[in-house]
Every structure is written in structure tokens, then in C-alpha cells.
Design a protein around this ligand. Structure first.
Ligand code: FES
Ligand SMILES: [Fe+2]
Length: 380
């Protein structure tokens, strides 16, 4: 198939869902599309990079990377949270790695040292450099904001506020009072597929009863779902159990939840890459990240429980039950999204239609396509 013909196939995805077809495979393999996604989505949108309790004390920091952009998020001595590029002002080395607690960040290459706000404190052997003033030099600032304990960054200095970006999510999930939750477990996994596939998979309720028949499928009946599409995301309310092998909670409902939320929960998505799973007894969320190129990605999974449960003697054992179950469920998903990626490269692949239970998938795909400029007639 010629490139032009191939490139225009996405137009079959943009019409209303009943007439639409899934995307052609090259949208998930093309370096050009990947580059657009980086510039027009990941360098523009608010991105959830963790929870406030990961940076509780002055000096606590997290180093992370968003595609080609290394970032440090840390709490300074005044208690203020800061985010800055993890790119040394000398030659660009990453000044911090992993996570931990620091008084300052000293570049491992030639020793330029920065404080917890990213300002350069000193640089050795530069006395004769004309006009050089260490304190006028800093690691470039990245915007940072929080919502109910969730930590977000944004690379675009002119971006809209986080509150406006989140739309109605704070109202929809306000009753869960996420600021009263704490991170109990966090793990990551890598995927041999495009970053969009895990996002799409996590809003794809169509597969629940089939792929997850032996895990949570029976506890989250498809027929109970009521969902509302949002800009690039959705709120999917269902009635049913939690994410344990028998669907029963080991903790009981969060004490502050109103009666109508004391069963099931939501399977939701906050653009561009945050899958959001409030349950009546705990929260999990998964962020999906592009890695080096269009066919590698990483998922980061967070499990949050009410702070008051942490004192229970068997708390960690109970959390492990949830964590192991989520591992099993994700194993089912990972095998499918990696299989999709392989299928996209087959000359036999012809994109099929969207079921009505894929309305959120269609909404997400069409939104992402528009974000990168693939609207009718705009790209040849
Ligand atoms: S690159 Fe950081 S001090 Fe030289
Ligand atoms: Fe799934």
C-alpha cells in the first residue's frame, strides 16, 4: 500500500462510532506519528507523575523521564515542591537518578552542584569564564501542580491550569477524598507495544467478560456500566466487586463514602495517559508512557488505601493480595496489547468496527488523532 493511501486510512476512524473503523496499524508503529505525539501531547499536557506522599520530607526527590525529557521532582527545604529538567547546565548530564533524599544535586560528571530548587550553587574551575555567575544559572523549570494528592507536571510554560485541564474529574471523584489515601504499593512493567495501546486497553470494557473471565470479569458485569465520555477520556461507573480473587474487599468500604458509592467503582481515564480506577475500598491508577520509539512503552501502577488502614497489623499482607491479583490481571492485558502490536504489522490486518462497548476507545483514539493533527483533510 502506498504511503499516501496508508496515511489517509485514519479518516475512517474519525466519524461517529457506529460508522467508524479502528486505526490502521502504522499509527502505532510510525516514528513520525510518535514524534507528533511527543511534541503535541506529552510536551503540552499535564502529566501525572506520582503522589504527594512520595515526596513527603524536604530533600525527597523523584527522577523520571518523559520520552526524551529527564525531569526531577523534589521538595525543597521550605517545603515547596519543584520540578525541573534533569539536564546539567554544563554539558547536559542527568544530575539525579532514581529516587531518595538529597541536600543538593551534584552532577556526577564534573561536579556542578544545584540546590533543591534547581539553582546552581557552584561549579569548579570556572573562575576565568567571562561573565559566569553560578547563581544566574539553573536547571530549567518545569510546571508542577497537585490535585487531591496527585502530582502533575507540564513542560509547556503557557499551558492552561491543571484545574481547567482536569475538567469535571475533581467533582466526579470528590466524594472519594483522595487526599485521605496513601500510596501502599507501586510497580512498573515494560511493554513491547505503542503507549496508546495500554491506554486504549484500559478503557476497553468490551474485553472484560472474555479476556478476564477467570479473574475480575465476573465481579464487574458489563451490563452495570454507565459511562460518560469526556475530552479524550471517560468516567465509567459500574456496580460490583473489588480487585481481589473473589471480588470481596479485605478492608470494607472507605469510611467516608456515601451509600451509593459503597459498591463497585469507576474505570476511568484522564487524558493523555492516566487510567483511573476508584473502587469502594481502594484506588489504583496506571500511567502509560512512551519509551524509546513507537513500539516500546512502560506502565506504572499505583495502589492507594485509606491512611487509617496502614496501622492494621496485617495491612501489608492484605495489600499483597490486591497487588498480586492486579499483576495477574495485567498479565492478561499485556499479552493482548503486545499481540495487537504484532497484528498491526501484518499485511493481512484490516481495521474492524467499534462495538458499542468500545465507545470510550473510539473517543480516545479520535481525540488523540485530532491532537496530533490527523483530522479530515489536514494530513496527506
Ligand atoms: S555535565 Fe554536569 S558538570 Fe559537566
Ligand atoms: Fe483488561
Amino acid at each position: 500500500m502506498g504511503n499516501t493511501q496508508q496515511a489517509r486510512q485514519h479518516e475512517y476512524t474519525l466519524p461517529p462510532r457506529p460508522q467508524a473503523r479502528h486505526l490502521p496499524g502504522h499509527i502505532y508503529t510510525s516514528p513520525e506519528v510518535f514524534e507528533r505525539e511527543k511534541r503535541q501531547i506529552f510536551l503540552k499536557d499535564w502529566l501525572c507523575v506520582g503522589r504527594l506522599e512520595e515526596l513527603e520530607k524536604p530533600g525527597d526527590y523523584l527522577a523520571l523521564r518523559v520520552i526524551d525529557e529527564p525531569v526531577v521532582v523534589c521538595r525543597d527545604r521550605t517545603g515547596q515542591l519543584n520540578a525541573f529538567s534533569n539536564v546539567c547546565a554544563h554539558r547536559g548530564t542527568e544530575v539525579a537518578s532514581g529516587s531518595g533524599n538529597r541536600q543538593s544535586f551534584s552532577c556526577p560528571y564534573h561536579g556542578w552542584t544545584y540546590d533543591l530548587t534547581g539553582t546552581l550553587l557552584n561549579a569548579p574551575y570556572v573562575e576565568d569564564v567571562e561573565g559566569f555567575q553560578p547563581t544566574a544559572c539553573r536547571l530549567p523549570t518545569v510546571k508542577l501542580d497537585t490535585w487531591d494528592g496527585y502530582l502533575f507536571i507540564n513542560f509547556d510554560a503557557g499551558c492552561e491550569s491543571l484545574a481547567s485541564f482536569l475538567g469535571d474529574a475533581p467533582q466526579v471523584y470528590g466524594a472519594y477524598q483522595c487526599e485521605k489515601l496513601r500510596l501502599a504499593a507501586k510497580f512498573s512493567f515494560t511493554l513491547d507495544c505503542n503507549w496508546k495501546l495500554m491506554c486504549e486497553n484500559l478503557v476497553d470494557i468490551y474485553h472484560i467478560a472474555v479476556l478476564h473471565a477467570a479473574t475480575f470479569g465476573p465481579h464487574q458485569p458489563l451490563e452495570t456500566y454507565k459511562f460518560r465520555l469526556t475530552e479524550g477520556g471517560y468516567h465509567g461507573r459500574f456496580k460490583g466487586g473489588t480487585l481481589t480473587p473473589d471480588g470481596k474487599s479485605l478492608f470494607g468500604p472507605m469510611p467516608w463514602l456515601p451509600t451509593e458509592l459503597q459498591s463497585g467503582g469507576y474505570s476511568s481515564h484522564i487524558r493523555p495517559n492516566m487510567a483511573f480506577f476508584p473502587r469502594f475500598d481502594f484506588f489504583s491508577f496506571i500511567t502509560s508512557w512512551p519509551m524509546d520509539g513507537p513500539e516500546k512503552s512502560q506502565g506504572i501502577v499505583y495502589l492507594l488505601f485509606p491512611a487509617e488502614h496502614f496501622a492494621q497489623q496485617d495491612f501489608q499482607e492484605k495489600v499483597q493480595v490486591y497487588e498480586e491479583f492486579i499483576h495477574t490481571v495485567l498479565g492478561e492485558d499485556v499479552s493482548m496489547v503486545q499481540s495487537l502490536q504484532r497484528g498491526f504489522k501484518s499485511q493481512a490486518y484490516r481495521p474492524g468496527p467499534f462495538s458499542r462497548y468500545e465507545a470510550a476507545v473510539h473517543n480516545m483514539i479520535a481525540y488523540n488523532m485530532k491532537r496530533v493533527g490527523f483530522e479530515n483533510g489536514s494530513v496527506d
